[in-house]
Design a protein around this ligand. Structure first.
Ligand SMILES: Cc1cc2nc3c(=O)[nH]c(=O)nc-3n(C[C@H](O)[C@H](O)[C@H](O)COP(=O)(O)OP(=O)(O)OC[C@H]3O[C@@H](n4cnc5c(N)ncnc54)[C@H](O)[C@@H]3O)c2cc1C
Length: 432
Protein backbone atom coordinates (compact mmCIF):
# COMPACT_ATOMS: atom_id res chain seq x y z
CA UNK A 1 0.00 0.00 0.00
CA UNK A 2 1.50 3.38 -1.00
CA UNK A 3 1.80 6.27 1.47
CA UNK A 4 1.67 9.92 0.42
CA UNK A 5 2.53 12.82 2.70
CA UNK A 6 0.94 16.28 2.71
CA UNK A 7 0.94 19.36 4.92
CA UNK A 8 -2.83 19.13 5.23
CA UNK A 9 -5.57 16.77 4.12
CA UNK A 10 -9.06 18.20 3.61
CA UNK A 11 -11.75 15.52 3.85
CA UNK A 12 -14.78 16.67 1.85
CA UNK A 13 -14.42 18.56 -1.42
CA UNK A 14 -17.64 20.60 -1.10
CA UNK A 15 -17.65 24.41 -1.29
CA UNK A 16 -16.11 25.20 2.17
CA UNK A 17 -13.43 22.48 1.79
CA UNK A 18 -12.39 23.73 -1.66
CA UNK A 19 -12.55 27.38 -0.53
CA UNK A 20 -9.89 26.53 2.05
CA UNK A 21 -7.75 24.71 -0.56
CA UNK A 22 -8.07 27.67 -2.96
CA UNK A 23 -7.35 30.18 -0.17
CA UNK A 24 -4.07 28.38 0.49
CA UNK A 25 -3.28 28.15 -3.20
CA UNK A 26 0.17 29.51 -3.95
CA UNK A 27 1.33 29.26 -0.33
CA UNK A 28 3.53 26.26 -1.10
CA UNK A 29 1.63 23.92 1.22
CA UNK A 30 1.09 20.40 -0.07
CA UNK A 31 -2.67 19.85 0.14
CA UNK A 32 -4.79 16.77 -0.50
CA UNK A 33 -8.56 17.05 -0.95
CA UNK A 34 -10.36 13.72 -0.43
CA UNK A 35 -13.88 13.69 -1.90
CA UNK A 36 -16.11 10.62 -1.89
CA UNK A 37 -18.06 11.58 -5.00
CA UNK A 38 -16.79 11.81 -8.58
CA UNK A 39 -15.80 15.35 -9.67
CA UNK A 40 -18.80 15.69 -12.02
CA UNK A 41 -21.23 14.31 -9.45
CA UNK A 42 -20.22 16.58 -6.56
CA UNK A 43 -21.03 19.68 -8.63
CA UNK A 44 -24.30 18.25 -9.87
CA UNK A 45 -26.64 19.20 -6.98
CA UNK A 46 -29.88 21.00 -7.91
CA UNK A 47 -29.43 23.66 -5.19
CA UNK A 48 -28.86 27.41 -5.14
CA UNK A 49 -27.59 29.49 -2.22
CA UNK A 50 -28.19 33.01 -1.02
CA UNK A 51 -24.61 34.27 -0.91
CA UNK A 52 -23.67 37.14 1.39
CA UNK A 53 -21.52 40.16 0.43
CA UNK A 54 -18.83 38.85 2.81
CA UNK A 55 -18.71 35.52 0.94
CA UNK A 56 -18.34 37.55 -2.28
CA UNK A 57 -15.38 39.41 -0.74
CA UNK A 58 -13.78 36.13 0.28
CA UNK A 59 -14.17 34.71 -3.24
CA UNK A 60 -12.72 37.94 -4.58
CA UNK A 61 -9.72 37.65 -2.26
CA UNK A 62 -8.96 34.12 -3.44
CA UNK A 63 -9.21 35.20 -7.08
CA UNK A 64 -12.39 33.49 -8.29
CA UNK A 65 -15.05 36.21 -8.05
CA UNK A 66 -14.57 37.32 -11.66
CA UNK A 67 -15.51 33.84 -12.83
CA UNK A 68 -18.48 33.57 -10.46
CA UNK A 69 -20.02 37.06 -10.74
CA UNK A 70 -21.35 36.84 -14.33
CA UNK A 71 -23.06 33.49 -13.67
CA UNK A 72 -25.07 34.53 -10.58
CA UNK A 73 -27.71 37.11 -9.65
CA UNK A 74 -26.98 40.31 -7.73
CA UNK A 75 -30.02 41.39 -5.70
CA UNK A 76 -30.96 45.08 -5.86
CA UNK A 77 -33.63 44.35 -3.22
CA UNK A 78 -34.56 41.76 -0.62
CA UNK A 79 -38.17 42.01 0.53
CA UNK A 80 -39.14 40.68 3.95
CA UNK A 81 -42.81 40.27 4.87
CA UNK A 82 -45.09 38.58 7.37
CA UNK A 83 -48.04 36.54 6.03
CA UNK A 84 -50.71 39.03 4.88
CA UNK A 85 -49.34 41.98 6.88
CA UNK A 86 -49.20 44.83 4.31
CA UNK A 87 -45.99 46.49 5.60
CA UNK A 88 -42.84 45.04 4.08
CA UNK A 89 -39.18 45.64 4.90
CA UNK A 90 -37.12 46.35 1.78
CA UNK A 91 -33.36 45.97 2.10
CA UNK A 92 -31.30 47.80 -0.54
CA UNK A 93 -27.53 47.94 -1.24
CA UNK A 94 -27.43 51.42 0.35
CA UNK A 95 -28.23 49.80 3.71
CA UNK A 96 -24.76 48.22 3.78
CA UNK A 97 -22.84 50.35 1.31
CA UNK A 98 -22.33 47.41 -1.06
CA UNK A 99 -23.16 47.03 -4.76
CA UNK A 100 -25.74 44.28 -4.02
CA UNK A 101 -27.78 43.34 -0.96
CA UNK A 102 -27.06 39.66 -1.49
CA UNK A 103 -26.35 37.24 -4.35
CA UNK A 104 -27.78 33.92 -5.46
CA UNK A 105 -25.49 31.25 -6.87
CA UNK A 106 -26.18 27.74 -8.05
CA UNK A 107 -24.16 24.99 -6.40
CA UNK A 108 -22.93 23.89 -9.83
CA UNK A 109 -21.41 27.34 -10.57
CA UNK A 110 -19.51 27.67 -7.27
CA UNK A 111 -18.36 24.08 -7.17
CA UNK A 112 -17.11 24.04 -10.78
CA UNK A 113 -15.16 27.30 -10.45
CA UNK A 114 -13.56 26.12 -7.18
CA UNK A 115 -12.68 22.70 -8.63
CA UNK A 116 -11.04 24.32 -11.67
CA UNK A 117 -9.13 26.83 -9.54
CA UNK A 118 -7.83 24.14 -7.18
CA UNK A 119 -6.73 22.02 -10.15
CA UNK A 120 -4.38 24.75 -11.42
CA UNK A 121 -2.06 24.51 -8.38
CA UNK A 122 0.50 21.72 -8.61
CA UNK A 123 0.60 21.59 -4.79
CA UNK A 124 -3.10 20.65 -4.53
CA UNK A 125 -4.08 17.05 -5.26
CA UNK A 126 -7.81 16.33 -5.45
CA UNK A 127 -8.77 12.69 -4.95
CA UNK A 128 -12.32 12.40 -6.31
CA UNK A 129 -14.26 9.16 -5.91
CA UNK A 130 -12.15 8.52 -2.80
CA UNK A 131 -13.72 7.86 0.58
CA UNK A 132 -12.05 8.46 3.93
CA UNK A 133 -12.35 5.33 6.09
CA UNK A 134 -10.36 6.03 9.27
CA UNK A 135 -8.09 8.70 10.70
CA UNK A 136 -5.50 7.95 13.38
CA UNK A 137 -3.74 10.75 15.18
CA UNK A 138 -0.08 10.53 16.17
CA UNK A 139 2.22 12.96 17.94
CA UNK A 140 3.82 14.10 14.66
CA UNK A 141 1.16 13.54 12.04
CA UNK A 142 -2.27 12.08 11.31
CA UNK A 143 -2.76 9.05 9.11
CA UNK A 144 -5.81 8.87 6.84
CA UNK A 145 -6.89 5.60 5.32
CA UNK A 146 -8.92 6.02 2.12
CA UNK A 147 -10.61 3.75 -0.41
CA UNK A 148 -10.18 4.62 -4.06
CA UNK A 149 -11.39 2.81 -7.17
CA UNK A 150 -8.01 1.02 -7.09
CA UNK A 151 -8.21 -0.10 -3.46
CA UNK A 152 -6.86 1.11 -0.09
CA UNK A 153 -4.41 3.98 0.26
CA UNK A 154 -2.79 5.82 3.17
CA UNK A 155 -2.23 9.56 3.30
CA UNK A 156 -0.40 11.35 6.12
CA UNK A 157 -0.35 15.03 7.07
CA UNK A 158 0.41 17.45 9.88
CA UNK A 159 -3.27 18.46 9.89
CA UNK A 160 -6.60 16.90 8.92
CA UNK A 161 -9.50 19.23 8.09
CA UNK A 162 -12.96 17.66 8.44
CA UNK A 163 -15.19 19.29 5.79
CA UNK A 164 -17.32 16.18 5.32
CA UNK A 165 -20.75 17.61 6.10
CA UNK A 166 -23.36 17.40 8.87
CA UNK A 167 -22.87 13.68 9.55
CA UNK A 168 -19.07 14.05 9.57
CA UNK A 169 -17.46 10.67 10.00
CA UNK A 170 -14.16 12.35 10.91
CA UNK A 171 -15.87 14.24 13.76
CA UNK A 172 -17.63 11.10 15.00
CA UNK A 173 -14.47 8.99 14.91
CA UNK A 174 -12.64 11.72 16.86
CA UNK A 175 -15.35 11.49 19.56
CA UNK A 176 -16.38 15.15 19.26
CA UNK A 177 -19.91 15.59 20.60
CA UNK A 178 -22.53 17.91 19.12
CA UNK A 179 -25.45 19.83 20.61
CA UNK A 180 -28.65 20.62 18.77
CA UNK A 181 -32.12 19.49 17.81
CA UNK A 182 -34.34 18.55 14.91
CA UNK A 183 -36.93 21.18 14.02
CA UNK A 184 -40.56 20.25 13.49
CA UNK A 185 -40.12 21.52 9.93
CA UNK A 186 -38.68 20.38 6.60
CA UNK A 187 -37.86 22.45 3.51
CA UNK A 188 -39.22 21.78 0.07
CA UNK A 189 -36.95 23.13 -2.66
CA UNK A 190 -37.71 23.45 -6.37
CA UNK A 191 -36.68 25.52 -9.38
CA UNK A 192 -39.44 27.51 -11.11
CA UNK A 193 -39.68 30.14 -13.82
CA UNK A 194 -42.19 33.05 -13.65
CA UNK A 195 -43.90 34.33 -16.82
CA UNK A 196 -42.67 37.90 -16.18
CA UNK A 197 -39.20 39.09 -15.21
CA UNK A 198 -38.28 38.44 -11.56
CA UNK A 199 -36.12 41.61 -11.71
CA UNK A 200 -33.52 39.91 -9.47
CA UNK A 201 -35.63 40.71 -6.39
CA UNK A 202 -35.45 38.17 -3.55
CA UNK A 203 -38.38 37.59 -1.19
CA UNK A 204 -38.57 36.00 2.24
CA UNK A 205 -42.13 35.76 3.47
CA UNK A 206 -42.89 34.35 6.89
CA UNK A 207 -45.93 32.12 7.39
CA UNK A 208 -46.94 30.52 10.67
CA UNK A 209 -45.93 27.12 9.22
CA UNK A 210 -42.47 28.41 8.21
CA UNK A 211 -40.66 30.85 5.92
CA UNK A 212 -41.10 30.85 2.15
CA UNK A 213 -38.14 32.20 0.15
CA UNK A 214 -37.84 33.11 -3.52
CA UNK A 215 -34.26 33.36 -4.74
CA UNK A 216 -33.95 34.75 -8.30
CA UNK A 217 -31.45 33.06 -10.62
CA UNK A 218 -30.12 33.87 -14.11
CA UNK A 219 -32.35 33.11 -17.15
CA UNK A 220 -35.44 34.21 -15.20
CA UNK A 221 -35.43 31.12 -12.98
CA UNK A 222 -35.94 31.07 -9.21
CA UNK A 223 -35.18 28.65 -6.44
CA UNK A 224 -38.00 28.23 -3.96
CA UNK A 225 -37.30 27.22 -0.35
CA UNK A 226 -40.64 26.40 1.25
CA UNK A 227 -40.50 25.49 4.94
CA UNK A 228 -43.44 23.60 6.50
CA UNK A 229 -44.04 21.00 9.24
CA UNK A 230 -42.59 17.59 8.20
CA UNK A 231 -45.80 15.90 7.15
CA UNK A 232 -47.11 18.94 5.30
CA UNK A 233 -43.76 19.31 3.48
CA UNK A 234 -43.82 15.64 2.42
CA UNK A 235 -47.41 16.01 1.22
CA UNK A 236 -46.63 19.19 -0.73
CA UNK A 237 -43.63 17.59 -2.46
CA UNK A 238 -45.68 14.49 -3.33
CA UNK A 239 -48.48 16.45 -5.03
CA UNK A 240 -48.95 15.92 -8.79
CA UNK A 241 -47.10 18.74 -10.68
CA UNK A 242 -50.26 20.77 -11.52
CA UNK A 243 -51.50 20.71 -7.90
CA UNK A 244 -48.00 21.43 -6.59
CA UNK A 245 -47.77 24.46 -8.86
CA UNK A 246 -51.24 25.69 -7.84
CA UNK A 247 -50.22 25.52 -4.16
CA UNK A 248 -46.88 27.14 -4.96
CA UNK A 249 -48.54 29.96 -6.91
CA UNK A 250 -50.75 30.70 -3.91
CA UNK A 251 -47.70 31.10 -1.68
CA UNK A 252 -45.61 32.89 -4.29
CA UNK A 253 -48.26 35.44 -5.31
CA UNK A 254 -49.05 36.89 -8.73
CA UNK A 255 -46.37 39.60 -8.85
CA UNK A 256 -44.41 37.84 -11.65
CA UNK A 257 -47.22 36.07 -13.48
CA UNK A 258 -47.81 32.32 -13.65
CA UNK A 259 -45.07 29.89 -12.70
CA UNK A 260 -43.59 26.93 -14.58
CA UNK A 261 -42.01 24.07 -12.64
CA UNK A 262 -38.45 23.29 -13.78
CA UNK A 263 -37.32 20.60 -11.34
CA UNK A 264 -38.60 17.83 -9.14
CA UNK A 265 -39.34 19.12 -5.60
CA UNK A 266 -36.88 17.86 -2.96
CA UNK A 267 -37.39 17.67 0.81
CA UNK A 268 -34.72 18.34 3.50
CA UNK A 269 -35.30 18.12 7.26
CA UNK A 270 -34.41 21.32 9.16
CA UNK A 271 -31.86 20.77 11.94
CA UNK A 272 -29.56 22.65 14.25
CA UNK A 273 -26.26 21.03 15.19
CA UNK A 274 -23.15 22.53 16.77
CA UNK A 275 -19.91 20.75 17.60
CA UNK A 276 -18.73 21.17 21.18
CA UNK A 277 -15.24 21.93 19.90
CA UNK A 278 -13.83 22.81 16.50
CA UNK A 279 -10.30 21.51 16.99
CA UNK A 280 -8.05 19.09 18.76
CA UNK A 281 -4.41 18.22 18.06
CA UNK A 282 -4.01 17.61 14.28
CA UNK A 283 -7.74 17.98 13.57
CA UNK A 284 -9.98 20.93 12.76
CA UNK A 285 -13.68 21.03 11.76
CA UNK A 286 -15.05 23.23 8.98
CA UNK A 287 -18.48 23.97 7.45
CA UNK A 288 -21.41 21.66 8.22
CA UNK A 289 -19.05 19.23 9.98
CA UNK A 290 -18.77 21.95 12.67
CA UNK A 291 -22.24 23.56 12.55
CA UNK A 292 -25.57 23.29 10.76
CA UNK A 293 -28.47 25.71 11.08
CA UNK A 294 -32.09 26.24 10.01
CA UNK A 295 -32.20 27.39 6.36
CA UNK A 296 -34.07 30.62 7.24
CA UNK A 297 -31.97 33.59 6.14
CA UNK A 298 -29.62 31.42 4.02
CA UNK A 299 -26.71 31.30 6.46
CA UNK A 300 -25.25 27.74 6.49
CA UNK A 301 -22.90 27.84 3.52
CA UNK A 302 -21.93 31.46 4.20
CA UNK A 303 -20.72 30.44 7.67
CA UNK A 304 -18.70 27.59 6.12
CA UNK A 305 -17.06 30.01 3.68
CA UNK A 306 -16.17 32.30 6.60
CA UNK A 307 -14.68 29.32 8.46
CA UNK A 308 -12.52 28.60 5.43
CA UNK A 309 -11.39 32.24 5.25
CA UNK A 310 -10.46 32.35 8.93
CA UNK A 311 -8.64 29.01 8.79
CA UNK A 312 -6.74 30.22 5.72
CA UNK A 313 -5.56 33.21 7.70
CA UNK A 314 -4.51 31.12 10.70
CA UNK A 315 -2.63 28.55 8.58
CA UNK A 316 -0.86 31.18 6.47
CA UNK A 317 0.31 32.93 9.63
CA UNK A 318 1.46 29.61 11.12
CA UNK A 319 3.39 28.82 7.96
CA UNK A 320 5.05 32.23 7.92
CA UNK A 321 6.11 31.69 11.54
CA UNK A 322 7.27 28.13 10.71
CA UNK A 323 4.86 26.62 13.24
CA UNK A 324 3.47 23.10 13.14
CA UNK A 325 0.06 23.39 11.40
CA UNK A 326 -1.46 20.66 13.56
CA UNK A 327 -0.41 22.24 16.86
CA UNK A 328 -3.45 22.86 19.05
CA UNK A 329 -2.24 26.36 19.95
CA UNK A 330 -2.34 27.27 16.24
CA UNK A 331 -5.77 25.68 15.71
CA UNK A 332 -7.36 27.37 18.73
CA UNK A 333 -6.84 30.75 17.04
CA UNK A 334 -9.42 29.54 14.51
CA UNK A 335 -11.61 27.42 16.77
CA UNK A 336 -12.40 29.96 19.48
CA UNK A 337 -13.31 32.82 17.22
CA UNK A 338 -15.37 30.87 14.71
CA UNK A 339 -17.26 28.92 17.34
CA UNK A 340 -18.47 32.12 19.01
CA UNK A 341 -19.50 33.76 15.76
CA UNK A 342 -21.26 30.64 14.53
CA UNK A 343 -23.13 30.31 17.85
CA UNK A 344 -24.46 33.84 17.41
CA UNK A 345 -25.72 33.03 13.91
CA UNK A 346 -27.21 29.67 14.89
CA UNK A 347 -29.05 31.39 17.71
CA UNK A 348 -30.15 34.18 15.39
CA UNK A 349 -31.65 31.77 12.82
CA UNK A 350 -33.33 29.81 15.61
CA UNK A 351 -34.95 32.91 17.14
CA UNK A 352 -35.96 34.20 13.70
CA UNK A 353 -37.65 30.92 12.83
CA UNK A 354 -39.40 30.51 16.20
CA UNK A 355 -40.60 34.13 16.25
CA UNK A 356 -42.05 34.05 12.76
CA UNK A 357 -43.24 30.41 12.52
CA UNK A 358 -45.75 31.26 15.17
CA UNK A 359 -49.32 32.54 15.38
CA UNK A 360 -49.46 33.30 19.11
CA UNK A 361 -50.99 36.77 19.28
CA UNK A 362 -48.42 38.50 21.58
CA UNK A 363 -45.52 37.25 19.42
CA UNK A 364 -47.34 38.35 16.24
CA UNK A 365 -47.85 41.83 17.68
CA UNK A 366 -44.20 42.04 18.76
CA UNK A 367 -42.74 40.91 15.43
CA UNK A 368 -44.99 43.21 13.42
CA UNK A 369 -43.92 46.08 15.65
CA UNK A 370 -40.29 45.06 14.91
CA UNK A 371 -41.01 45.06 11.17
CA UNK A 372 -42.54 48.56 11.42
CA UNK A 373 -39.50 49.69 13.39
CA UNK A 374 -37.14 48.29 10.73
CA UNK A 375 -39.10 50.04 7.98
CA UNK A 376 -39.10 53.40 9.73
CA UNK A 377 -35.73 53.34 11.52
CA UNK A 378 -32.88 52.66 9.12
CA UNK A 379 -30.15 51.99 11.78
CA UNK A 380 -32.07 48.88 12.92
CA UNK A 381 -32.60 47.75 9.32
CA UNK A 382 -28.89 48.24 8.59
CA UNK A 383 -27.85 46.39 11.73
CA UNK A 384 -30.07 43.46 10.83
CA UNK A 385 -28.68 43.27 7.30
CA UNK A 386 -25.08 43.67 8.47
CA UNK A 387 -25.60 40.81 10.92
CA UNK A 388 -27.01 38.52 8.23
CA UNK A 389 -24.33 39.53 5.72
CA UNK A 390 -21.50 38.88 8.20
CA UNK A 391 -20.47 42.55 8.07
CA UNK A 392 -21.18 43.38 11.73
CA UNK A 393 -18.85 44.36 14.54
CA UNK A 394 -15.14 44.97 14.53
CA UNK A 395 -14.17 41.47 15.74
CA UNK A 396 -15.40 39.87 12.56
CA UNK A 397 -14.83 42.40 9.85
CA UNK A 398 -11.34 43.56 10.81
CA UNK A 399 -9.62 40.17 10.97
CA UNK A 400 -11.29 39.33 7.69
CA UNK A 401 -10.02 42.52 6.10
CA UNK A 402 -6.54 41.52 7.24
CA UNK A 403 -7.15 38.09 5.78
CA UNK A 404 -8.12 39.58 2.43
CA UNK A 405 -4.81 41.44 2.27
CA UNK A 406 -2.87 38.38 3.38
CA UNK A 407 -4.60 35.99 1.04
CA UNK A 408 -4.22 38.28 -1.95
CA UNK A 409 -0.55 38.97 -1.16
CA UNK A 410 0.25 35.31 -0.63
CA UNK A 411 -1.46 34.09 -3.76
CA UNK A 412 0.28 36.77 -5.85
CA UNK A 413 3.77 35.98 -4.58
CA UNK A 414 5.07 32.69 -5.92
CA UNK A 415 6.10 30.19 -3.26
CA UNK A 416 9.80 30.07 -2.58
CA UNK A 417 11.19 26.81 -3.98
CA UNK A 418 12.29 24.41 -1.30
CA UNK A 419 10.63 26.38 1.53
CA UNK A 420 9.80 23.89 4.26
CA UNK A 421 8.03 24.40 7.52
CA UNK A 422 8.65 22.66 10.79
CA UNK A 423 6.72 19.50 10.09
CA UNK A 424 7.57 15.83 10.27
CA UNK A 425 9.58 14.42 7.43
CA UNK A 426 7.49 12.75 4.73
CA UNK A 427 7.12 9.04 5.25
CA UNK A 428 6.68 8.36 1.58
CA UNK A 429 6.67 10.05 -1.79
CA UNK A 430 3.69 11.74 -3.39
CA UNK A 431 2.98 8.48 -5.12
CA UNK A 432 -0.76 8.59 -5.78
C1 LIG B 1 -32.90 23.45 1.82
C2 LIG B 1 -31.61 24.12 2.15
C3 LIG B 1 -31.34 25.39 1.67
C4 LIG B 1 -30.12 26.01 1.97
N1 LIG B 1 -29.90 27.28 1.51
C5 LIG B 1 -28.77 27.91 1.86
C6 LIG B 1 -28.53 29.25 1.41
O1 LIG B 1 -29.35 29.86 0.73
N2 LIG B 1 -27.36 29.84 1.80
C7 LIG B 1 -26.45 29.21 2.57
O2 LIG B 1 -25.42 29.82 2.92
N3 LIG B 1 -26.64 27.93 2.98
C8 LIG B 1 -27.76 27.27 2.65
N4 LIG B 1 -27.96 25.98 3.05
C9 LIG B 1 -26.90 25.29 3.81
C10 LIG B 1 -25.83 24.66 2.88
O3 LIG B 1 -26.46 23.79 1.96
C11 LIG B 1 -24.80 23.88 3.70
O4 LIG B 1 -24.38 24.65 4.80
C12 LIG B 1 -23.57 23.54 2.84
O5 LIG B 1 -23.94 22.79 1.72
C13 LIG B 1 -22.55 22.74 3.67
O6 LIG B 1 -21.42 22.44 2.88
P1 LIG B 1 -20.33 21.37 3.40
O7 LIG B 1 -19.34 21.23 2.30
O8 LIG B 1 -19.87 21.72 4.75
O9 LIG B 1 -21.14 20.02 3.54
P2 LIG B 1 -21.71 19.12 2.35
O10 LIG B 1 -22.33 19.97 1.30
O11 LIG B 1 -22.53 18.06 2.98
O12 LIG B 1 -20.39 18.49 1.70
C14 LIG B 1 -19.62 17.51 2.35
C15 LIG B 1 -18.75 16.82 1.31
O13 LIG B 1 -17.97 15.82 1.96
C16 LIG B 1 -18.01 14.64 1.19
N5 LIG B 1 -17.82 13.50 2.11
C17 LIG B 1 -18.65 13.07 3.10
N6 LIG B 1 -18.12 12.01 3.73
C18 LIG B 1 -16.93 11.75 3.12
C19 LIG B 1 -15.91 10.76 3.31
N7 LIG B 1 -16.01 9.80 4.25
N8 LIG B 1 -14.83 10.77 2.51
C20 LIG B 1 -14.69 11.74 1.55
N9 LIG B 1 -15.61 12.70 1.32
C21 LIG B 1 -16.72 12.70 2.10
C22 LIG B 1 -19.39 14.63 0.53
O14 LIG B 1 -19.40 13.82 -0.63
C23 LIG B 1 -19.59 16.11 0.24
O15 LIG B 1 -19.12 16.49 -1.03
C24 LIG B 1 -29.15 25.34 2.76
C25 LIG B 1 -29.41 24.04 3.22
C26 LIG B 1 -30.62 23.43 2.92
C27 LIG B 1 -30.89 22.05 3.44
Amino acid sequence: MSVSHYDLIIIGGGIPGLTLACGLRGAGLRIAVVEAQAAAHVSDHPRAYALSPLSAKIFNAIGIWEQIAPAITHFPQVVLSDTDYPHRVIFTPADIGESAVYYCAEHRVLQTVLQRHAATDAHITCYYGTRMQTVTYGAQWAEVSVTTGQGQQTLTASLVVAADGINSRVRQQAGIQTDGWNYWQSCVTAFVSPAQSHQNIAYERFWSSGPFAILPLPDNRCQIVWVAPHQEAEEIAALPPDQFMAAMQKRYGDHSGSLTLLSKPLVFPARLKHSRRYCQPRLVLLGDAAHHCHPVGGQGLNLGIRDAAMLTQVLLTAKQQQQDLGNIRVLRRYGHRRRIENWVMLLFTDILNRTFSNHWQPIMVLRRWMLRLMIGWSPLRRLMLRLMAGLWGTQVSNPLNTLMTKVVMTSQSSPKPGTRMKSPEPRGGNTV
